[in-house]
Design a protein around this ligand. Structure first.
Ligand code: ADP
Length: 261
């Protein structure tokens, strides 16, 4: 248990560090954008110098994309939290997933009816689905299946105590599964660390799951992963079903035996 806690703290520390660097780096990009743009405007369009200025702008844009990813798990990005019907969010993202993922990979969805809304940033939830989907695709050779399930679950105090970082209470869960190559324990123990990748140079940045981890943390949720080599991988994301408590306008439960720790 202590090991797990240390592990989470370590990922968070790396995330904070990377987020801090990204923040300062992002600020440094501003004059680069500004001056490259001024240089470009001051030159006739077809000159090689104007094209070089254009290259600077394009590269700076790429750098901005990267810092954006880093910021998202360094908790320095502002979130637009709204009550969100997770089923609806997943359903309306289906088309984008479908045209991103290879045709020989089926996408199945089993969305539990009547799930309570969660407080979430729709953009970040979509980004999370995309990251998980691209990883699933990379893990599948040839034909395969991605399965997205939702459900609701009440996490009790004891269960939460056994899973550091998990809060007890009603949760909506999102299980994202693939039948790809899976992971061994050694790989599993590093996947949420920024820049950890087993992919070839140019194919992975190692930021996808660190971002997922950061997103889930920012939503006060919990992410669990199960994987078997040669069988596949399932990421289960628990998001607190907060909105229900808000809209039900029920009085705060008292003396429910919760204890500090
Ligand atoms: P990247 O995809 O750029 O490598 P990620 O942080 O998204 O970075 O993933 C880190 C590593 O975790 C991957 O390189 C891969 O080894 C492993 N991984 C992630 N998702 C899966 C999956 N669905 N199946 C098997 N391995 C996975």
């Amino acid at each position: 248990l202590e090991g797990q806690l240390r592990h989470i703290q370590r990922i968070e520390a790396i995330g904070q560090l990377a987020g801090g660097i990204a923040h300062d780096f992002n600020n440094l990009l501003t004059p680069i954008f500004c001056y490259a743009d001024m240089i470009k405007r001051g030159l006739p369009q077809e000159t090689p110098q104007a094209q070089m200025a254009e290259s600077i702008l394009k590269t700076a844009h790429k750098a901005k994309g990267l810092t954006q990813k880093l910021l998202s798990f360094g908790r320095r990005q502002r979130l637009n939290m709204q009550p969100l019907d997770l089923n609806e969010a997943i359903q309306s993202f289906h088309d984008i997933l479908r045209c991103t993922i290879r045709e020989n990979i089926a996408i199945r969805m089993n969305l539990a009816p009547g799930t309570a809304p969660v407080m979430a940033d729709r953009g970040q939830i979509e980004q999370m689905l995309l990251n998980l989907a691209v990883n699933a695709q990379d893990a599948i050779k040839g034909n395969g299946t991605i399965t997205i399930n939702t459900g609701h679950v009440l996490l009790d105090d004891e269960y939460a105590r056994l899973h550091p970082g998990m809060q007890p209470g009603p949760h909506i869960l999102l299980a994202f599964a693939d039948n790809g190559h899976g992971m061994d324990d050694e790989t599993l123990s590093h996947i949420f660390e920024p820049f950890f990748t087993t992919k070839q140079v140019g194919h992975g940045t190692g930021l996808g799951l660190a971002t997922v981890f950061g997103t889930v943390k920012q939503h006060e949720g919990y992410v669990a992963v199960e994987s078997r080599v040669g069988k596949g991988t399932t990421f289960t994301i628990y998001l607190p079903a907060k909105a229900q408590t808000v809209s039900a306008s029920a009085p705060e439960p008292k003396g429910n035996g919760s204890h500090p720790e």
